[in-house]
Design a protein around this ligand. Structure first.
Ligand SMILES: CCCCCCCC/C=C\C=C\CC(=O)SCCNC(=O)CCNC(=O)[C@H](O)C(C)(C)COP(=O)(O)OP(=O)(O)OC[C@H]1O[C@@H](n2cnc3c(N)ncnc32)[C@H](O)[C@@H]1OP(=O)(O)O
Length: 725
């Protein structure tokens, strides 16, 4: 770790170095401070350039030091030193300037960025606010409105957009540091007053107080339950209302408050969990370190339904040339139009952000009915509807057509990968790539490892996730994999609670207040109730295959609720039919309204089935729905379907709208305390012995018996004998 300098024509170049991302650790900050002081005091130096080693300016404060810090890094004084320098200081931004890294750049008098660089203040994503002057300097540079959008979302802004906003002074295609040196030389001797952002007035819209009040309302709604976005609005209010130095005190106070909250700890855990899951290891010893991913230069997608279209879009966005195949001309025409419209929307979004180059850098998409065109692609992703016979037919066909090195992936959300692999001539190259809808937006890719899948195939699929800008999580092959296996029980519990007397909107509200992006009933209505109905009909849980005489509310010895099936029989499929658990203004409408028809229907249902209803509290809703999901999470670990609790948390945080500020379901359980979760499950199972999924898992019981160890120790209590990975 070093901040070293060289002098080039009277310009001192200070390089921040702390691989891999030049995070501003205390040691690096001290080293940069020393180098800046030396440069300021050196008569031979007339200007200074600050850059980051290995093509990255800085990813901000060293998050790994957060738990060890008592008083926080002295970054603020370094930035003040830079801004107060009489010699001009230029930031040469390559790669990333994030968080404290951007704050440091904002302390510099000029900023030059490479075209591929990103800047941002993502502290909010870690449950914090920018606290090294970023939330005070940025509104003085680009105004309140643009700052608000950046700091409350933590979004990364590409160099060209940063230029448009005024965050950087120039964008260059190459030689960023040389350009910075040239600029530094040019401005030697020029007055720096207008370049010291802390001395400038904040750029406010008229009636800024009303603007901030409105922003607070919006942010509360958008990030329900999260504290740091609200603190971001507060910090901006301080920037507007207070002189810079007082604003600085407020910024620090808010940071100090957030710094001790459970939310920031959970979000930091979630950050590292995302990095952790990329480091997969199999019991065989094969791992992300040893396996070599194969290049993916071209791809094909089979099926242009909702998922196929957005998978094609996702590949094109990642600049991967893709061939999209449909079975008949009509479907191909519909699908290709839909893809082109998705791509147009993406282009428009990027153009609005100033990325004119984006249009040209989309991967080309070719539409075809001809399987022969797939001969040379590196990877095929099958995305037809969930029917094993059809999928097997496709895999058999691909096996004969694709080059032997091509990987065959399926986007199934829960069918058996091994069964599909068994009909191919390359079972070791078959893998599940379970995308989440819409695939060009959602960050999760569940990578499903079958019995035969090779480590090269796993590593290639995990690389694909990264290429698509997604988080890949490796899981084992079991019905519904990890995400949907847990989700099914959560939804089922919600439906049982309706039978017991609660209302869909009460359950949705309770879970949305907990922080979930969407409650289970609104989610079912959005996804379409008919999808689950078809699946249940296929496996004989309902419909003509159900043996005559099966009790309506029982399957085997387990409780079953036929409510969703009955709604479908009545044509209530959710949003698409204008009625489901809610009613909508029209078919395809999105505005969910409680439906008096449903209340009458439920009373009649409860009467027919002689159900005793009770007042279901918010506590019971949260506990039964979430603890049953968490309990299944422990079973998934026990079964070796996921290798650690982080995998489950990353899946839920990125694919199921779980609030990241609680860390994910397993982290949340660790905060509630495993003995509490166990006791509650025992209580609910005792009251509902016909719901065996409420019976505490043996792994949960084992952890409690081991004294409730912290989450990072859970893996060591797992036996790997049963691992499916
Ligand atoms: C107590 C009161 C004190 C009051 C005083 C207040 C003063 C406060 C002063 C300053 C505060 C500043 C706040 C911050 O700056 S918070 C940090 C903000 N920055 C971020 O959130 C950036 C996060 N990182 C990323 O987005 C990505 O990592 C990125 C930089 C884009 C690189 O992405 P990629 O190439 O995909 O690589 P990885 O994500 O896998 O990362 C590679 C490894 O680097 C580690 N990493 C990344 N960022 C950091 C960081 N900021 N600190 C430490 N480590 C970081 C990451 O974990 C990977 O590590 P590994 O390979 O071991 O897994």
């Amino acid at each position: 770790m070093a901040a070293f300098s060289y002098i080039c024509d009277s310009v001192a170049v200070i390089t921040m170095s702390n691989p891999p991302v030049n995070a501003l650790s205390s040691a690096l900050i001290r080293a940069v401070q020393k180098a800046v002081e030396e440069a300021i005091g050196d008569f031979a130096v007339e200007a200074i350039v600050i850059r980051g080693d290995k093509g990255k300016f800085s990813a901000g404060a060293d998050i790994r030091e957060f738990n060890r810090l008592e008083r926080g890094p002295p970054l603020v004084s370094l930035i003040d030193l830079i801004e107060d320098s009489k010699k001009p200081v230029v930031a040469a931004i390559e790669g990333v300037a994030l968080g404290g890294g951007l704050e440091l750049a904002l302390g510099c008098h000029y900023r030059i960025a490479h075209a591929q660089a990103y800047v941002g203040l993502p502290e909010v994503l870690l449950g914090l606010v920018p606290a090294a002057g970023g939330a005070l300097r940025l509104p003085r540079l680009i105004g309140i409105s643009a700052t608000l959008s950046m700091i409350t979302t933590g979004k990364y802004v590409q160099a060209r957009e940063a230029l448009k906003l005024g965050i950087v002074d120039k964008v260059v295609g190459e030689n960023t540091v040389d350009e910075a040196i040239q600029l530094a030389k040019k401005v030697i001797g020029q007055p720096l007053g207008s370049r010291q952002l802390s001395t400038l007035p904040v750029q406010c819209p008229p009636n800024v107080e009303a603007f901030l009040d409105e922003a607070m309302v919006k942010v509360k709604k958008q990030f329900r339950g999260a504290q740091s976005p609200l603190a971001c609005v507060e910090v901006l209010r301080a920037a507007v209302q207070l002189p810079y130095l007082e604003g600085k005190k407020k910024e620090r106070e808010l940071f100090q408050f957030l710094y001790t909250t459970d939310q920031t700890r959970a979000q930091q855990y979630a950050f590292f969990a995302e990095r952790e899951v990329a480091k997969w290891t199999l019991p065989s010893g094969a791992s992300w370190k040893t396996a070599s991913p194969q290049p993916i230069r071209t791809a094909a997608v089979i099926g242009l339904g909702t998922m196929g279209r957005s998978i094609v879009t996702s590949l094109a966005k990642a600049k991967i040339p893709v061939i999209a195949l449909e079975q008949d001309k009509k479907q191909l025409d519909i699908g290709s139009k839909a893809v082109m419209s998705l791509l147009d929307r993406e282009i428009l979004k990027m153009e609005q952000l100033g990325h004119t180059e984006f249009t040209n850098s989309l991967g080309p998409v070719q539409f075809t009915l001809d399987y022969g065109k797939l001969r040379d692609v590196d990877i095929v992703i099958e995305a037809v509807f969930e029917n094993m016979a059809l999928k097997k037919e496709i895999f058999r066909h691909l096996s004969g057509i694709c080059k032997p090195e091509a990987f065959l992936c399926t986007n199934t959300s829960g069918l058996d990968i091994d069964e599909m692999a068994s009909v191919t001539n390359r079972p070791q190259m078959v893998i599940g790539t379970h995308f989440f809808s819409p695939a060009h937006i959602m960050k999760l890719l569940e990578v499903v490892h079958g019995h035969y899948t090779s480590s090269t195939t796993i590593s290639t699929a995990m690389r694909l996730a990264k290429m698509l800008g997604k988080v890949g999580v490796l899981v084992g092959n079991c019905p519904s994999f990890v995400g949907n296996r847990l989700m099914r029980l959560y939804v089922e519990q919600a439906v049982f609670l309706v039978e017991e007397g609660s209302k869909p909107e009460e359950i949705d509200r309770a879970l949305e207040d907990f922080g979930l992006a969407m409650g289970p009933f609104r989610m079912m209505d959005l996804a379409g109730l008919d999808i689950g109905w078809k699946a249940r009909t296929e496996i004989g849980l309902t419909g003509p295959k159900l043996p005559i005489g099966t009790p309506a509310r029982q399957r085997g010895s387990k409780r079953y609720s036929p409510l969703p099936d009955i709604l479908c029989e009545k044509g209530r499929f959710g949003q698409k039919s204008g009625q489901g658990w809610y009613k909508y203004e029209k078919s395809g409408g999105r505005n969910a309204m409680p439906d008096p028809w449903l209340y009458n229907f439920l009373s009649e249902y409860q009467r027919i089935h002689n159900l005793k209803t009770h007042y279901v509290t918010q506590e019971e809703i949260i506990e039964r729905c979430l603890y049953v999901l968490i309990n299944e999470g422990f079973k998934v670990l026990e079964d070796g379907i996921a290798s650690g609790p982080e995998d489950i948390d990353v899946i839920y945080n990125n694919g199921y709208g779980w609030p990241k500020y609680t860390g994910g379901p397993m982290y949340y359980a660790s905060i509630v305390g495993l003995p509490v979760v166990l006791t509650k499950l025992e209580k609910y199972y005792g009251a509902n012995p016909d719901i065996p999924d409420l019976k505490p898992s043996s792994f949960l019981k084992k952890l409690v018996s081991k004294g409730n160890p912290p989450l990072k120790e859970w893996r060591s209590h797992l036996g790997f004998q049963s691992s499916m990975l």
